[in-house]
Design a protein around this ligand. Sequence first.
Ligand code: ADP
Length: 264
Amino acid sequence: MYNEQTILAKISTAYIGQVITYFDTIGSTNDYAKTWARAGAIEGALVIADRQTAGKGRLGRVWDSPDGEGVWMSLIVRPAISPQAISQLTLVAGLSMCRAIRELTGLDAEIKWPNDIVVQGRKVCGILAEMGMQGPIINYVVIGVGVNVNTEVFGQDLPHASSLKLCSGHSYDRIELIEMFARYFEVAYDCFKEQGNLSGLIEDYKKCCLTLGKQVILIEQEIQRCVKVEDITDTGALLIRNEQGIIEEIHSGEVSVRGLYGYI
Ligand code: ADP
């Protein structure tokens, strides 16, 4: 169990994670972060919980967040970007967490586009961004990040899940992972804000992305297509070659990607 002081003492960034609210148990860190953001939380404010009772995935799915075994956190940012650009932020967060996991564990973590982190073919981290608007302008973006760190057992309903411990045989200090993520995210996010897109990050992102160059199944509103992933753009979209051989640009919003023979 942690508290705000012990976590803050380890974080050495300028502004990411420099204000923290910590909970032993909460419904969803994203929901709390949205309330806090509406009440004026500053950019970089971070909500961390030891356990979530109602953790959320994309498209209304559930994110399993058991007690004391993972990093369940939500970061509040307030970028001056268009609402369409928000999905790029989840790629920034995915790249940052991929780097943090590699540094902490030495495991060969990779990104499954747009932002799941996969180790040894299984999902160890999911990311969910939600935004609040003020008229046409973004008021805040909450980036929820869930990492299975020391989990030893997953339910049968999560056949594609794994943890850093299951992959490496070691337990890890969750604060160290939070510290590394905050450090990598701050550098990447500053670069993103300066460029207005992912152009300064995309080469590194592509190197970490296992989806690139693969034949995958694209699932869009229950319609499945087998396509080849040719490239990823500076705005984080997939360039795919469809069944007719034509290149299409795919945005992350409502799409899920699966491998030909399963999750990867
Ligand atoms: P997808 O990978 O299909 O895009 P999401 O990113 O929205 O899905 O994540 C939600 C899904 O992740 C859930 O439907 C469930 O299958 C899976 N999941 C839930 N909790 C965990 C967890 N702790 N670790 C790994 N996978 C999980």
